[in-house]
Design a protein around this ligand. Structure first.
Ligand code: FAD
Length: 468
């Protein structure tokens, strides 16, 4: 552990409006813990920042003391990069205020808020910002990498609804990024992750949503796996724009009241379709499913939008041990189906599976280079090979399973790099492939302008372009 002079730490503490947590504090273990319980990093200091000035103070202290810096929004990444061993964590968790302007349909969201907090504030006015599928995920990391969930087909990625961001740069200066101010930074922030600075506030456009939505859930067991995947692959791409689609490929049916008791624990494929139109429109959208193999069980129900947003929270509990490797593919073809059929029964933990979003509609509206988002703006399946278990040995087995499945699927991938927010490890070649050469080079130039010393490197890292 880095040894820091008590006096320097004391003076740093006095300069912070927020709280400085050290290994001597009773809540140190709680403060440094992450969603991914497999990560056990012991930082030297955690600065629980109260505002942008605290962020600048923390960055200055880290530079003076030559400390590694990590930036923590919601602490919900697979990689655990937001808590650095021996370094200083710039923790934004207390900066979680969400202010909605219902007339302008805009939202100012503190970088420490999670999706549940953002939804609660916006739904009070019948509005929503497109987010993810698990409500305890942080808004910050999710937005900066992309942000896809139930509303992606209707309203695009989270970053497509970003209007502006307030940022503290590595040198401590405060800048605003929007279409009109520092547009190069604004472009880079929308997909380039935490590479350029610490975002303290996001301003989003909000959209009228709910408060009630319609949900259809269908589950087929592994006995009919190939036919079920063929049906899903046939129906899902044609679903209307006003639907959100998530598949639980290879999942075990959870012990939830909506699963008939005799089917709980069975492995199979779940398809969940959320409808944002009327009940009739939803029924019409789901009708083609009746032409294929019947599901083992199904459920159709209206529910509050906030309920939909929390529906999967229990399947990914805080502190679970986890690993993830993702990729995207354009179609659920026979080769992909055969590989899934072969590999899915080989997992060890009932919690491991392949959550898969289908993105299309509004997701494909922006031009490919309108933002730095690393992925093709084409209809596609965004899949995670996700290992999850409360037990370390089972996790090790399923990490090997996830990597093997990922490797086998890569020849069929639309983007082998996959979505940066689903990376548990940041292999440099995969980061480059996620963005593609042109976007990566443009990001490298933005990086050279705003963080030339690569202070913010605990992420899907963009190396600063070297001036020639
Ligand atoms: P953190 O761990 O706090 O941050 C991750 C990284 O983001 C940091 O290392 C840092 O580099 C950067 N960062 C964070 N805050 C800031 C900031 N304020 N300024 C600058 N950089 C910052 N993604 C989706 O798109 N859709 C989903 O449905 C979805 N579901 C998920 C479900 C689970 C169970 C998990 C674990 C993840 C899911 N994700 C999803 C991925 C999620 O978007 C990323 O893990 C994201 O990084 C989480 O953000 P965070 O702020 O909580 O994480």
């Amino acid at each position: 552990m880095t040894t820091l002079a008590e006096q320097a730490v004391g003076s740093f503490r006095n300069r912070l409006e927020g709280r400085l947590v050290t290994p001597d504090d009773a809540d140190y273990d709680q403060v440094r813990s992450l969603w991914n319980g497999a990560i056990d990093h012991r930082p030297a200091l955690v600065a629980r920042c109260a505002g942008p000035e605290d962020v600048a103070t923390a960055l200055a202290f880290a530079r003076e003391e030559h400390l590694e810096i990590s930036v923590r929004g919601g602490g919900h990444s697979f990689s655990g990069a937001s808590v650095c061993p021996d370094g200083l964590v710039v923790d934004l968790g207390d900066m979680n205020r969400v202010e909605v302007d219902p007339e302008a349909r805009t939202v100012r969201c503190g970088a420490g808020a999670n999706l549940g907090e953002l939804d609660a504030a916006t739904q009070a006015y019948g509005l929503a910002v497109p987010g993810g599928t698990v409500s305890h995920t942080g808004v910050a990391g999710l937005t900066l990498g992309g942000g896809m969930g139930w509303l992606t087909r209707r309203h695009g990625l989270t970053l497509d609804s970003l209007l502006a961001a307030d940022v503290v740069l590595a040198n401590g200066s405060f800048v605003r990024a929007s279409e009109d101010e520092n547009p190069d930074l604004f472009w880079g922030l929308r997909g380039g992750g935490g590479n350029f600075g610490v975002v303290t506030t996001f301003t989003f456009r909000a959209h009228p949503v709910g408060p009630e939505v319609h949900v259809g859930l269908f589950f087929w067991d592994m006995g009919v796996s190939a036919d079920a995947l063929r049906l899903i692959g046939h129906v899902v791409p044609g679903l209307p724009r006003a639907t959100g689609v998530l598949m639980g490929v290879g999942m075990n049916a959870p012990p939830e009241p909506f699963v008939p008791q005799e089917h709980q624990g069975k492995q199979g494929h779940a398809l969940i379709v959320a409808g944002f139109g009327t009940a009739e429109e939803h029924a019409e959208a789901l009708a083609p499913l009746a032409d294929g193999i019947p599901p083992l069980f199904e459920l159709r129900s209206p529910m509050p939008f906030t309920g939909l947003q929390r529906m999967l929270d229990e399947s990914a509990p805080v502190g679970i041990l986890s690993y993830d490797k993702g990729l995207t593919y354009s179609e659920l073809n026979e080769d992909v189906i055969a590989l899934l059929d072969e590999y899915l029964p080989r997992k060890t933990s009932p919690m491991s599976f392949c959550p898969t979003l289908h993105v299309s509609g509004a997701y494909t509206d922006p031009d490919e280079d309108a933002t730095a988002f690393g992925g093709l703006r084409e209809p596609m399946y965004v899949m995670s090979c996700s290992a999850m278990s409360p037990d370390p040995d089972t996790l090790v087995a399923d990490i090997a399973w996830a990597r093997a499945l990922w490797t086998e699927l890569t020849p069929h991938a639309a983007n082998v790099g996959g979505y940066v927010n689903f990376m548990a490890e940041f292999e440099e070649d995969r980061v480059r492939r996620s963005y593609g050469p042109e976007k990566y080079d443009r990001l490298a130039r933005v990086k050279a302008t705003y963080d030339p010393e690569n202070v913010f490197h605990r992420n899907a890292n963009i190396l600063p372009a070297v001036a020639i």
